[in-house]
Structures are given as structure tokens and as C-alpha cells.
Write a protein that binds this ligand. Sequence first.
Ligand SMILES: [Zn+2]
Length: 310
Amino acid sequence: MNKQAVQFSKKKRTMHRFQKIKMCKKCNRYSVLIDDNCPICGSDLIGIESLVKSIFKNRLFTESIWILILVSIGIVAAPTIATLYYSLISGLIFCLAYVILTTFFMKSEYNLQLKKLLRSDWTRIKEGIQFDSNLAKDDVQENQLAPAYEKLREVGDFIKNDEVKIRQIKILNSIILRSDMELELDRLVPSSYDRDFVFYALDVLKINRSLLTKKSIGYFIQFREEIIRDFGIEALISVASSALRMKLYILEFSEFIEEFLDYFPKERMLRLCSILNSNPDIKWGSLKDKTKRLVAMKYHYDPDFKQFVS
Ligand SMILES: [Zn+2]
């Protein structure tokens, strides 16, 4: 199958995950997709925070009306002028106290209202996310890979299971990956061995090494036998040499890196040497000795390695 050339829209980042939840008031359905309009009726989707604010405002309005009614009854039912004044003054004090207390507890009341809504509507929110996920399935069937991936990317923020990850990976394996794309690797690492994931990870490493994380290196080490069987030793060499991107990874995976040192291209060896050299106080273990031996043997006459050959 020929890979598709597509363009992804930027992923919307929010401080909290719940801020992505939206609702169509007409269909009474929740969604976590980036679209601003309901795919069913076309109405504007309202964000959960705005929803909570409007519920909160309505509550304040109802409570204020009740206070006004009570104060009015007190005034109307007052038998003398003196009691009328008493009712008026106590009513004013009550209103003032209500305004002060509400302002003071506004934030905590709002958070309480938000938690209440998330709890009471959780089943409906889950149904909405499932609906979003089904929309992505329809997109795949219609060969609309970019919108399908964008939908699953949002769904994946809420449903973190292997099924949703693999569905995203399969789509990514059917499109031409480019370095200007907002690609992810860490978030897509599945819990068990998956051939499609390894295929994707190796493809991603070719265009953007910086996506390699501790979790993904750990995955390649955990399933190394299956990976060698399906992709050959080159797959592990590629990951081990990409792990040189951070000092922290070199320390953490020094044994794994040392195992494939003989196969590293010159440029990667230069990088390793410069990191080892500029951090003489760190205990690199046998990795440093093996690197030194290898450089002395293989790059002894290479001027690029001059400073590393003692
Ligand atoms: Zn709708």
C-alpha cells in the first residue's frame, strides 16, 4: 500500500486534561475532539469550564432571587414602621453577607461544581469519547487518515490502552512521516510487544532522534529478542546509538550502549567521546574503557579523534 502524504493540525495543549472536554447542548453529547462544532448538528460546542460557569451563575441567580423574595416578604408583612426598618436593615446585611461570602468562596465553589459535574456526567463523557473514537474509525474506512489520527490523538489522552495506541500507530505507518510533523513516541509505547510499534519507532528515529525517551529505550531492551527476530540487529544498533542523545540515557543504559559500540557510525562515536570527555567526574563504568579501546584501535589515525586518543 502506498503511503499517504498528509498534513496534521497542531495538537491543542491545555493545563489540565478535563479542559479538553466539550459539550453540544443540542445533542446533549460530550466530545474531546479539537473541532469547535458538533459533527452531528453543527452547533457550537461549549467547553466544560464555560458549562460549569453557566451552571454556577444560574445557581447564584436563583439564590439571589430567593433572598430578594424573603426580604420583600419581611418588608410587606411588617406591622409597624420600626419593624419595616428592621426588616430592611437585616435584609441589607443578609444580602451583603451573601455577596461577601460568595466572592470569598467563589473559586472553591466553582471547583466543587466542576468536580460534581465531572462525577455526575462521567458515564456520558465516556460515551462521548467512545463516539469520537467511532468517528475516527469511519475516517479510516473512508481513507481520511489525517483526521482519523487527529481524533485518536485526542481520544488517546483519555483512553490510554493499547488498542487506541495501536490504532494510531497503524495510521502513522500508512502515512509519510516528516520532521516538521508533530510526532509522538513516548505516549504510544504499548504494554506488550507490537511489530507495528517497532516499525513506527524505527521510522521516527530516522527523522527525529529527540523523540527517543527512557520509556521507549526500555521497550527495545525488554523486547529485544522479538525485535531482533523481526527487524534484525540493526534495529537495536539504531536505538542504542540514538540513546547517546542525552548524558542521562548514556548513564542509565550504558550496558546496552556498550553492547553495540562496535557497530556505531563515526559521527555517533564522536558524540559519545565528547560527552565522556567533557564529564570526567562521572563514573561511566566499563563503557568509558571500552570506548577508549575502540577509539585507539579503529580511529587511531583519524584527526577528528585526535583529542580523545591518549
Ligand atoms: Zn450536536
